[in-house]
Design a protein around this ligand. Structure first.
Ligand SMILES: Cc1cc2nc3c(=O)[nH]c(=O)nc-3n(C[C@H](O)[C@H](O)[C@H](O)COP(=O)(O)OP(=O)(O)OC[C@H]3O[C@@H](n4cnc5c(N)ncnc54)[C@H](O)[C@@H]3O)c2cc1C
Length: 312
């Protein structure tokens, strides 16, 4: 494990935004991972685990602790069990499991993150979530200085939520997925279908961080579905769904295309903010603030962020 100093973090994120890390290292084995965690502890430094950087907004001031870039990418398949290093990209897991004749994970093809980041945020799309295929997670607990297994039922998964979001002491090292026997051709057709749908509706290849905000669940305690639909009949079309898409709310207020500095609300998918080139984290934060304020003032709905802000 080699610790580097003063590393620009922009290239390590899809947003291409953010300052520098005081310390940075890449780990490709659990031994190295543990060494890096202990090194940070010994030097009294804050830790930040980086996957592919597809769901983070790193501050312009950067991070004054140790960034550990997770490269534990091993994938081992035994019958329908898939053992994966937390740094494996979702798309690679889809390809490898499909090739092995397994089905159940095709939906994840377009999620540009790692398994670790996706377990933390219970990433999902097309009606599926990471928790649906997850059996257990192997974590390193910094507080207890030891590794152990957490079963799916104890991960407290919710919509874009898990125990890992609330317990930064738990670092995900690897995971076991349980898939089912499938048919290669059918899986390939599904993958192609999911990919086409994404291409048609999202800014593929753009410098962004996926959805900035969580969709608004009708089940939220602070919302009254009947009152909201009465006041805003345009929301009725979502009444049979679990949630109101935030992209609809942003679009409905005419905010698509709004720009602050070089950060812009996408014209294609209003819940994506795009870095048009050299945008600052501050631009994105102001755009987030403006969007929240407008939605709150009009609909009375407080938006919750899906992306993780990194600063120190
Ligand atoms: C174009 C685009 C499309 C997207 N589409 C979707 C979508 O359809 N559905 C969806 O849910 N998301 C989507 N996302 C968001 C993103 O890809 C997911 O949230 C993904 O799971 C993040 O993984 P990552 O490895 O990039 O995590 P990072 O962005 O690197 O990190 C995110 C958070 O996870 C933590 N983390 C990462 N690895 C670990 C680990 N091993 N242990 C503990 N904590 C860890 C980080 O510390 C950070 O807090 C999209 C993003 C983009 C850019």
């Amino acid at each position: 494990m080699k610790v580097l100093e003063d590393i620009d973090l922009k290239p390590y994120t899809i947003f291409k935004i953010g300052g520098r890390a005081r310390y940075f290292c890449e780990v490709d084995s659990s031994q190295e991972f543990k060494e890096a965690i202990r090194w940070a502890g010994k030097n009294n430094l804050q830790l930040f685990i980086l996957g592919i950087g597809s769901n983070v907004l790193i501050s312009d001031e950067g991070f004054s602790g140790l960034v550990i870039k997770n490269k534990l990418e091993n994938i081992k398949i035994k019958n329908t069990d898939v053992y994966i290093g937390a740094g494996a990209p979702m798309a690679r897991v889809v390809v490898e499991t499909t090739k092995a004749g397994l089905s159940g994970f095709e939906w994840a093809i377009g999620i540009p993150g790692t398994i670790g980041g996706s377990i933390r945020g219970n990433a999902g799309c097309f009606g599926f979530e990471t928790k649906d295929v997850l059996e257990s997670v192997d974590v390193f607990d910094i507080n207890k200085n030891t590794k152990y297994k957490i079963q799916n039922r104890n991960c407290n998964f919710g919509y874009r939520d898990s125990i890992f979001k609330h317990s930064p002491n738990l670092i995900i090292f690897s995971a076991l997925l349980k898939l089912r026997k499938g048919n290669l051709q059918k899986s390939q057709e599904k993958i192609s279908e999911y990919s086409k749908t994404r291409v048609a509706s999202q800014d593929i290849g753009a410098q962004c961080a996926g959805c900035i905000f969580k969709n608004v669940l009708w089940s939220r305690r602070d919302l009254n579905k009947t009152d909201l639909i009465k006041k805003f009949p345009e929301l009725k079309k979502f009444s049979n769904q679990k949630e109101i898409p935030v992209a609809f709310l942003i679009d409905d207020l005419g905010l698509k295309g709004t720009k602050i500095g070089n950060a812009q609300i996408s014209r294609r998918h209003a819940n994506y903010f795009i870095n048009l080139g050299n945008a600052r984290a501050q631009d994105v934060i102001m755009l987030i603030g403006l969007t929240k304020e407008r939605i709150q003032n009009h609909y009375g709905i407080l938006l919750e962020e899906e992306i993780h802000h990194i600063s120190s």
